[in-house]
Design a protein. Structure first.
Lengths: 574, 364
């Protein structure tokens, strides 16, 4: 008798290593093309450096160097003056996926999941076979540790190739060096653009960038104060889901459900905790470990029915309208700038703040769709604009009332650049590559309100400009017809040419008596830096606005077509 | 004719001087003209025509009116030139003259016509007196009369016998002030449609009835109104109007002939025929003669309502209100030619003779 087939199949069924999964689905992490791989690597490294510096309250100074090694290989070096990493943690942080500190806390930071930098290490290892070289030092009195690291893709564990102490002149900081396959092109989706936009929204950072052409670009810091340190908050009950709640209940050290709620959540006092328990018909003194699935579900329902104060919002640090405007002035030679920061709001229990800034007119093209610069927690987002909540907010705003043309449900047309920033303790991205913000109605609504707030300023500027235009046209009009009035009078009355001149002079003063001075309404921009603006604009022909074209841009890049369905499914299961 | 008369020239000069002096005083100059609209006329029963009320519109020189203001002055200058040179220009010619005015030129003729009407009203004269003549022709005449005109080349008297046009007709010229008439007819019959006029001419109705036939061709032109008025005044002839039985014939054709129009309110006094009476087709005729009809359309009902509510002439005459209301209840209208139902010459043999026996029954 033959064995059931299932036994045969069982031989092939085994656990999939998380690193193995990502090595096959690299597009989920932003490595779907060679060009993007280079950008993503730099982005992850720089984001980590900035987060670390800010947490340690150090004004960041970051060196980025990209060296062209020939045959599509690049060496990426990112070095910071951050707090450094203790020896024991270095292998885990750089050579283990889903390892990090930021996933477990709710605080505004650039990184969130603990995937980014280790994914870059993995990608480098896959494309060149070379290990990542890390050096880190935590104080002048401690030694600098040097590691060469690879990832064991099946076990998702670091493989330590070299571990030694080195002499390093820096007082403290971290440096990472990776060799990877990539492709260097300029344009609006290049690393050049990313670094420039990073400098725009992080004016407290000094960035020294050496590009593959061995040209050094320096973005010096513009302000000497770092943004306030991100404050960590506990989750708000409104944002918690059943699975998470059960995990938290299992992990807590609280003796009762009531104290569990008080300790683990923000905005829950003893009274509110009691109310939640009563709503679920559970004794407040019940031990957290005794809560089963059904009871947890009742608790979730009870949370939704209980009135709980909105989460604290002082944990968010926006860029600020003034700095946003300043950044735009540096980048775009326009005639009018304005910006606004919205008051904090909440989605799924997470507080967030939306900011928007406009640069209008000047050298920008009037017959093209507006440009959107998107930022999330001060990180520029360069890909998947079409899938982003911000694009949806821009498209669903009525721009006609602000003097721009717009056809139904599309981007407005006009000489305008929009910068839009979301700051939150947890920015909801549509995928792990963190390119587009998820479509939460609360977020889209706030974005729209921000756009409208700035839009009103823009609208009043545009109408003022039109008025001035009409006024100067009217003056021309007057000047055109005055001679006809005097000519006709001369014909009827037969007066002399000098009389005619007098009449004309009088007419000018009569007609222009009540008209004010003509003013030039455009703003003066002394911040604009032409050289700065040119960075990242070298090549734009192959820039894509959406995910589709990046998949088949035919540059012979090793791009795997990003599968949207898979993408979405992944998002849910993670 | 008025061309040689200086009063118009003096008036023109005065208006221009007023503007000039205002300018020298650094004040905004103005040109006043009467508002030409039905809302600015009242029906003068004794005179029997629409009389202008006091409403004026002032064209003040401002940034936005500077173009029209310049054009109005230009038009006044052109008028002065025409009067002084004893010349005339048609409305279309005036429009072409404006092409020399660079930016102040008119793009379309209606623009120049409107400015011309403004100047005309401002001077309170007939446009012929300021040197402009319309292109429109007056209407056709046949019947027992001789028109005395002058040869344009040698000024000799021309005697035009209106009985000698056979199946054709004499055309009223655009300017009728210089004409004189000889006639022994007993009445004037003004006919709305050319078709009915042709029928009456063909059968020499004017001979049978000893009358003068005039074809109005829709709403009568100023020249046509003036011609009928002059003829009727000079020879004490009653004027009977024979038109379609519909609100447009009553309220626009007949009303304009009898009392003038809102647009020409400043000259109605001379350009209307207060002695005119309405012979038919009346709403009662439609019933009495069992005429074939057409249903009234929405615009017709609207016109009736508007006439009863807003037209000073209709408001003054209860008979007309009654007739219009009667038509409104009947919900039908009838054309002059509908009489052909009873035979092609029924109108000559029966309808008109019957009607003319009862002149007192005509609508006012």
């Amino acid at each position: 008798m033959e064995q059931p087939i299932a036994h045969e199949m069982a031989k092939r069924q085994r656990e999939i290593g998380v690193a193995e999964f990502f090595s096959r689905n690299r597009h989920l992490l932003g490595f779907d093309s060679k060009r993007k791989a280079l950008l993503t690597t730099i982005k992850e490294a720089v984001d980590n450096s900035l987060d670390a510096c800010e947490e340690a309250e150090i004004l960041p100074e970051i060196h980025v160097e990209v060296i062209d090694m020939g045959s599509d290989r690049f060496r990426v070096i990112v070095e910071d003056n951050g707090p450094g990493i203790v020896k024991k943690q270095i292998p885990n942080i750089f050579a283990r996926l889903l390892y990090g500190s930021k996933f477990f806390k709710l605080a505004q930071s650039r990184g969130q999941q603990g995937i980014g930098i280790s994914a870059s290490v993995l990608y480098a290892q896959l494309t060149t076979g070379k290990p990542a070289r890390i050096i880190s030092k935590i104080s002048p009195n401690d030694p600098a540790h040097y590691y060469e690291l690879k990832i064991d893709t099946q076990k998702n564990q670091p493989l330590i190739m070299t571990d030694e102490v080195k002499e390093w002149s820096k007082e403290h900081g971290t440096r990472i060096e990776l060799d990877l396959e990539g492709s260097y092109l300029g344009g609006s989706q290049s690393m050049d653009q990313y670094l420039k936009q990073t400098a725009i929204v992080n004016p407290h950072v000094t960035l020294i960038y050496t590009n593959p052409k061995a040209e050094q670009l320096i973005f010096p810091r513009a302000v000497e104060t770092a943004p306030p340190k991100a404050v960590e908050i506990k989750p708000h009950p409104y944002g918690v889901e059943l699975g998470t709640l059960m995990d938290l209940l299992r992990a807590t050290k609280a003796p009762s459900v009531q104290s569990f709620f008080v300790n683990e959540f923000s905005r829950v006092g003893h009274g509110t905790a009691k109310q939640i328990c009563q709503g679920a018909a559970i004794l407040p003194s019940t031990k957290p470990a005794e809560i089963n699935r059904d009871m947890a579900e009742k608790l979730i329902k009870s949370i939704q029915a209980t009135k709980i104060v909105a989460p604290p919002t002082d944990c968010i640090s926006p860029i600020g309208a003034e700095l946003l405007e300043k950044g735009l002035k540096k980048e775009i030679n326009a005639e009018f700038y304005c910006a606004a920061t919205r008051p904090p709001n909440v989605y799924r229990g997470n507080p967030f703040v939306i900011e928007a800034g406009f640069a209008y007119g000047g050298e920008q093209l009037a017959d093209k769709s507006v440009s959107i610069y998107r930022f999330a927690n001060r990180v520029p987002l360069l890909y998947q604009q079409g899938a982003c909540a911000s694009a949806k907010a821009v498209m669903s705003t009525n721009w006609r009332s602000y003097g721009l043309s717009q056809s139904q449900g599309s981007l407005p047309i006009g000489p305008l650049t929009i910068a839009i920033h979301i700051a939150s303790v947890w920015v909801p991205f549509t995928s792990e590559s963190k390119e587009a913000i998820a479509h939460y109605p609360e977020i889209i609504r706030e974005m729209r309100l921000a756009l409208q707030e700035v839009g009103r300023q823009l609208g009043s500027y545009i109408s003022k400009k039109r008025r001035m235009h009409a006024e100067s046209k009217k003056r021309d009009y007057i000047q055109t017809y005055i001679p006809h009035v005097s000519d006709a009078l001369k014909e009827i009355l037969g007066f002399s040419d000098s009389d005619k001149e007098t009449v004309e002079k009088m007419l000018v003063s009569i007609l222009e008596k009540h008209r004010g001075e003509l003013k030039d309404v455009a703003m003066e921009n002394t911040e604009y830096n032409e050289e700065f603006a040119r960075i990242g604009k070298g090549k734009t022909s192959d820039d894509d606005d959406g995910e589709e074209r990046s998949a088949d841009n035919g540059n012979g890049e090793d791009c795997k077509a990003p599968d949207k369905k898979k993408n979405a499914g992944y998002q849910q299961t993670l | 004719m008025a061309k040689q008369q200086s009063p118009v020239l003096v008036n023109l000069r005065e208006k221009a001087e007023a503007v000039y002096h205002k300018i020298l005083k650094k004040q905004q100059p103005e040109l006043d003209m009467p508002l030409r609209a039905l809302s600015n006329v009242k029906y003068d029963d004794r005179g029997g025509y629409f009389e202008l009320m006091g409403k004026k519109k002032a064209r003040t020189l401002t940034a936005s009116t500077v173009k029209t203001f310049a054009q109005t002055l230009r038009m006044m200058a052109l008028s002065k030139e025409l009067i002084e040179g004893d010349d005339i220009a048609t409305k279309r010619e005036a429009y072409y003259v404006s092409k020399n005015w660079d930016e102040a030129r008119f793009n379309e003729q209606p623009e120049s016509d409107a400015i011309m009407d403004d100047v005309e009203a401002m001077m309170m004269v007939n446009r012929e007196q300021i040197g402009f003549i319309p292109e429109e022709k007056g209407g056709d005449i046949a019947g027992q009369m001789i028109v005395i005109d002058r040869d344009a080349d040698n000024g000799k008297e021309l005697r035009i016998d209106c009985t000698k046009f056979g199946s054709g007709a004499y055309s009223i010229p655009s300017s009728v002030e210089g004409l004189r008439f000889e006639t022994n007819a007993t009445f004037i019959l003004a006919i709305e449609t050319a078709g009915m006029f042709q029928r009456l001419v063909k059968h020499n109705y004017w001979k049978k009835a000893n009358c003068i036939l005039i074809s109005l061709g829709g709403v009568p032109t100023r020249a046509c109104r003036r011609f009928i008025r002059k003829l009727s005044d000079e020879h004490k002839l009653p004027v009977y109007v024979f038109a379609d039985g519909d609100p447009y014939a009553y309220g626009s054709i007949y009303r304009t002939l009898k009392v003038g129009s809102g647009n020409a309110a400043h000259i109605n006094q001379f350009f209307c025929v207060p002695q005119a009476k309405f012979l038919g087709v009346t709403p009662q005729d439609i019933i009495d003669y069992k005429l074939p009809t057409h249903p009234l359309k929405d615009v017709d009902f609207k016109k009736i309502k508007d006439l009863i509510k807003n037209d000073p002439f209709i408001i003054h005459h209860k008979e007309w209100q009654k007739a219009l209301l009667q038509m409104s209840t009947m919900k039908v209208r009838a054309e002059q030619q509908a009489l052909a139902k009873w035979g092609l010459n029924y109108v000559i043999e029966k309808y008109l003779p019957d009607k003319i026996k009862k002149v007192d029954g005509f609508l006012p």
